[in-house]
Design a protein around this ligand. Structure first.
Ligand code: ZN
Length: 298
């Protein structure tokens, strides 16, 4: 009897309590990114963005070594293209490159150019984990984060990039000042260093990209957990990511929360692993020194 009488009151207490706790809970950090519209308005035109992306790529070839392994490149490209087609910029000429570097990192520049370190490929355990990283990088390009950095560098003449120099670069002029500015954009970090909020936005866009491309979104949570484990055991392995991105544990929690609140069940369905991924893993672990590589061209 007591139970029957007490139940409505107990329910009322529970409801009020839930409201109270909900009210105290912090807002979902992704809320500010919802329904945001993206375009090149206020930035370089897409045509100029593509030109600058090519110039930056030439500069990267001087500073890094790319792996050129047909099956590896084709595989990473196929995962990337699948994601890119479901992204906010499906029509860009997307290119996915593998940088010969053991550290766990990936980055995007402009105009659909995405770079992933071989060390990151080695750290992934499923195709959806790899896709979560590529989705994040695609998110930087959809969010115009590189373009934002170019705009700032131009405005404040950071790294020798003023309006005149940018004009020279876009015009394909290979002057000393253009070369210096391009070098600074890449190595000086003016292009790829984003604010923490831009990183969160790329995580947000990447998560939805992952889901829309048919992947299991749990791969993104797992990838951040892997990054957290590596950061605990050997932080040097991901120096770049730790310095510029929010802590992996926070990124995992944000992703988990978004899935629970807005994408329920998306971590229980969708593509997680493939035979192609397994072949990639065996190729990476048994990588032979005879593998042909693109040498930097100066
Ligand atoms: Zn990022």
């Amino acid at each position: 009897m007591n139970i029957m009488h007490g139940l409505p009151r107990l329910l009322a207490v529970a409801v009020v309590g839930a409201l109270f706790i909900n009210g105290l809970a912090e807002a979902n950090p992704y809320d500010k990114f919802r329904n945001r519209a993206y375009s090149n308005k206020g930035y370089l035109s897409e045509e100029d963005e593509l030109k600058l992306a090519d110039q930056v790529h030439q500069e990267l070839l001087k500073q890094t070594r790319l792996i050129e392994d047909r099956s590896l490149n084709d595989y990473v490209n196929s995962v990337g293209q699948r994601l890119a087609r479901s992204s906010g910029r499906p029509n860009l000429p997307w290119r996915f490159y593998i940088v010969d570097d053991k550290s766990i990192n990936a980055f995007a520049t402009l105009g659909g150019h995405v770079y992933v370190h071989s060390g990151l490929l080695a750290a992934t355990r499923s195709e959806s984990q790899l896709a979560s990283v590529l989705g994040h990088e695609i998110g930087h390009i959809v969010g115009r984060h590189g373009l934002e950095n170019v705009k700032r560098a131009q405005k404040y003449q950071l790294g020798a990039l003023g309006a005149t120099v940018l004009g020279a670069i876009l015009g394909g002029q290979q002057g000393a000042r253009a070369g210096e500015a391009l070098g600074n954009l890449v190595a000086g970090g003016y292009l790829m260093k984003h604010s923490r909020d831009a990183e969160r936005e790329a995580d947000y866009l990447g998560l939805y990209n992952l889901k829309n491309a048919g992947y299991n979104t749990g791969g993104m949570v797992e990838m951040f957990q892997t990054l957290q484990e590596v950061s605990n055991s050997s932080p040097n392995a991901l120096g770049g990511i730790l310095a510029s991105h929010p802590p992996p544990a926070e990124r995992a929690a944000n992703t988990r929360r978004e899935i629970d609140e807005h994408l329920r069940g998306s971590d229980r369905r969708g593509l997680s692993n493939t035979d192609d991924f397994q072949r990639l893993k065996s190729g990476i672990t048994s990588s032979s020194p005879t593998r042909s590589r693109v040498r930097p061209r100066n």
